[in-house]
Design a protein around this ligand. Structure first.
Ligand code: PLO
Length: 381
């Protein structure tokens, strides 16, 4: 537990695996921003650049307890194993289409951006299909979220983008209410299991959360796995020969270089006494997943090394833990487990076009977002 400052706002960070697991099942920590004293007393306002990460509307992302269960039920059902089997062929098709286009662009040994041409569009295509978002709207959604996450975006633009997204999702919900189709948005609208139906605001909130979380994070998972393998050729060889599984690569990437650096925020509804410290009621608590993945107590003295054969990789909690554990974890793993082997089976000689240290992150505080990923598809002359 350490004090941090988030663009001028004080909070606590949790970087220990064991403590995070303890706090993430503690019902005294809630996600509702109204439990935050700095929000209650007006110190933090809508003018704070990170406000959109916390004041995200009523949804499964911001509710707790029985309300949270009610808000999450449909999403859990839509993302279960059987439903994911249905979506697998689409993921395979999108992957193949993008790889065809990539191959064409990089045919003559030209440098191509693996992010722009492959990792970035793929998860958006998948989540759009699940949610019933038009293909034509995908570029707008991608650029809106890109600007939302960047700390360089002027805050008034960020607030405008969030308002436009709200309007977009409200329109989508009204369209699906008028003309139900076979997608999760319609599923969230229809109460077919006798429970209390979700309100329009709640459907919009869930839709926002699903589209945002469903595309942004998976881009990073795919690219960071490729980066880890290209900078560890002996491990790549073991994967390509079948000695090490793709699942192992995915889990170690989640642990070592996962998509989420920090998750904002939770608030204690009463003082929480830990062994050597008390988290005061109403303070902000950030879970720092990047540091948690490198916790030496769990992963050993070489926790900073990427090792796909590491047994403790399976213990990563990069998708969170407790009631809010990522409902899309299996979908993200499925996407990566299709995208990565397909990419390397098409381009076994894939190589970075710049030194690995020159791959940079975007100026984003909470997410592990790479700016670009220049590669050559085949061995140069
Ligand atoms: C993005 C802005 C939306 O208006 C609301 C929203 C909901 C879910 C959040 C997402 C935002 C940001 C990325 C988050 C996602 C849930 C999981 C994902 C935090 C705030 C992660 C873990 O990165």
């Amino acid at each position: 537990m350490s004090p941090i400052e988030l663009l001028g706002v004080p909070a606590w960070t949790v970087s220990s695996h064991t403590l995070a697991r303890k706090l993430l099942v503690d019902s005294r920590l809630v996600k509702n921003i109204d439990a935050w004293s700095l929000w209650q007393n007006g110190t933090v306002t809508r003018e704070w650049p990170l406000i959109g990460m916390i004041d995200a509307g009523r949804s499964m992302f911001t509710a707790d307890g029985p309300e949270h269960r009610r808000l999450r039920l449909k999403t859990n059902q839509a993302l279960n194993k059987r439903r994911l089997d249905d979506i697998r062929p689409s993921i395979e098709r999108y992957t193949a289409e993008l790889l065809d286009a990539l191959e064409e662009a990089g045919l003559g040994g030209e440098v191509v951006d693996l992010k722009a041409a492959f990792a970035y569009p793929l998860p958006m295509q998948v989540v759009s299909q699940m949610m019933g978002v038009d293909r034509a709207d995908q570029p707008m959604l991608l650029s809106s979220y890109k600007a939302f996450f960047s700390v360089l975006t002027p805050h008034e633009d960020r607030l405008r983008i969030l308002a436009e997204l709200d309007e977009y999702y409200l329109d989508l919900v009204r369209k699906k209410t008028a003309e139900p189709t076979d997608d999760l948005t319609t599923g969230l609208i229809l109460a077919d299991d006798g429970g209390e139906p979700l309100t329009e605001e709640e459907v919009v909130g869930n839709l926002k959360a699903l589209v945002a979380a469903g595309h942004e994070t998976t881009v990073s998972l795919i690219l960071c796995a490729v980066r880890a393998l290209l900078s560890n050729p002996e491990q790549l060889a073991d994967v390509l020969s079948g000695k090490v599984s793709w699942d192992a690569v995915i889990e170690e990437t989640l642990r070592w270089d996962g998509p989420v650096n920090h998750l904002l925020m939770r608030f204690p509804t009463e003082d929480i006494e830990l062994e050597d410290f008390t988290i005061p009621k109403g303070d902000g608590v950030v879970i720092s997943y990047r540091a948690i993945g490198r916790d030496r107590e769990i992963h050993g003295a070489d926790a900073d090394v990427f090792d796909a054969t590491r047994e403790t990789a399976l213990r990563n909690i990069s998708f969170g833990y407790g009631p809010h554990i990522c409902p899309g974890a299996a979908l993200a793993r499925l996407e990566a487990s299709i995208a990565l082997p397909e990419l390397f089976s098409r381009f076994p000689d894939l190589q970075l076009a710049i030194p690995v240290e020159e791959i940079h992150n975007l100026p984003v505080m909470t997410q592990n977002d790479l700016a670009g990923f220049p590669v050559r598809l085949c061995e140069g002359e």
